[in-house]
Write a protein that binds this ligand. Structure first.
Ligand code: FES
Length: 325
């Protein structure tokens, strides 16, 4: 890919961010590539807390990727991208990047930070969900914090396996089949010391299994932390009307176009990050009407309250919605 391929309009998700250069591209597996980015002048990059991600612009789109480093004094940001042949998230464009290409990225944002008071960090990753966990594991090693990991991957398809082995040693449990994972999960969930926090990243069904099992075994929700990837494709939804009360503006949100995109087209600058209903950045206040919540960020009680919604994925159950914008 030439450097000009990324000279598109600046995507709202990377406004105020950084322009970086691809310094290395390395193959992890047949479908996962690690892309390392640095400042073209070699200056240090902003620090970040473990588990952070950046949004990377590709053409006119943008997608969020977890940073795999510990975040302390970084000269480089490394992300690992799973190629999704029929996806819409830009992974194919990311896989075409080559050293020397320039990309616009957001500043790192944290949505999945380790809990400083945890006595032990139990990290559970599936597939490309290893990426934020690697960041947590590196940070734990730097801070001398207690951590262990279960990493589930398909045989021959595990990304970052050698690094995980080096970082965690005997505290790493690798599972390549469902049976062994279930056994290890139960064993780990029932033998943790008090004050352990659990972090899970993987496909939604995997995370549901882990979090559901933990709760059945009595883990309080306050000690469970999750970051989904590969959020299920959402249907295009029904058209609806949105009234922006403070701006005295009415907008039509067509089927297949998100409320966030509609607001952006109308010149509204809405903070956002993942654009997948995960990070909570694009929250807007609802004054009237019933949102159709489709995000993974709000808790059940917040969804029932209907006073806030994630405009990147959520829509309206009513013909009209009134927002505090
Ligand atoms: S941008 Fe992340 S939840 Fe909407």
């Amino acid at each position: 890919m030439s450097a000009t391929a990324f000279r598109a309009n600046i995507h709202p998700a990377v406004e105020g961010g950084l322009q970086l250069e691809v310094t290395r591209v390395s193959v992890q597996t047949s479908s996962v590539t690690t892309i390392t980015l640095g400042d073209p002048s070699g200056t240090p990059l902003p620090r970040y807390v473990p588990g952070s991600h950046i949004v990377v612009q590709y053409g006119d789109g943008a997608n969020a990727y977890s940073l795999t480093g510990s975040g302390s004094a970084p000269f480089e940001y490394a992300i690992s991208v799973l190629r999704v042949e029929d996806g819409v998230g830009g992974s194919l464009a990311m896989h075409r990047l080559a050293p020397g290409d320039r990309v616009r990225v957001s500043r790192p944002r944290s949505a999945f930070a380790p809990v400083a008071t945890a006595r032990h960090h139990l990290l559970i990753a599936a597939g490309i969900g290893i990426t934020p966990m690697l960041s947590h594991a590196r940070a734990a090693a730097e801070w001398d914090a207690a951590a262990s990991m279960i990493y589930v991957y398909r045989p021959e398809a595990g990304a970052h396996v050698p690094e995980a082995r080096e970082l965690l040693g005997a505290a790493l449990t690798e599972c390549t089949d469902r049976g062994s994972f279930q056994k290890e999960l139960t064993e780990k969930l029932t033998t943790q010391k008090l004050g352990t926090h659990l972090y899970v990243c993987g496909p939604a069904a995997f995370m549901d299994t882990v979090l559901g099992h933990a709760q059945e075994l009595g883990w309080p929700k306050t000690r469970l932390h999750s970051e989904p990837f590969g959020t299920p494709a959402l249907d295009e939804g029904q058209p609806f009307t949105v009234n922006l009360v403070r701006s005295a503006t009415t907008l039509e949100v067509p089927a297949g176009v998100s409320l966030l995109e509609t607001l952006e087209k109308a010149g509204k600058s809405i903070p956002n990050m993942c654009r997948k209903g995960v990070c909570g950045e694009c929250s807007v206040s609802v004054l009237r009407g019933t949102p159709q919540h489709r995000d993974l960020y709000l808790g059940e009680e917040e969804k029932v309250a209907n006073t806030t919604m994630m405009c990147c994925v959520s829509r309206s159950l009513d013909q009209e919605l009134e927002l505090d914008l």
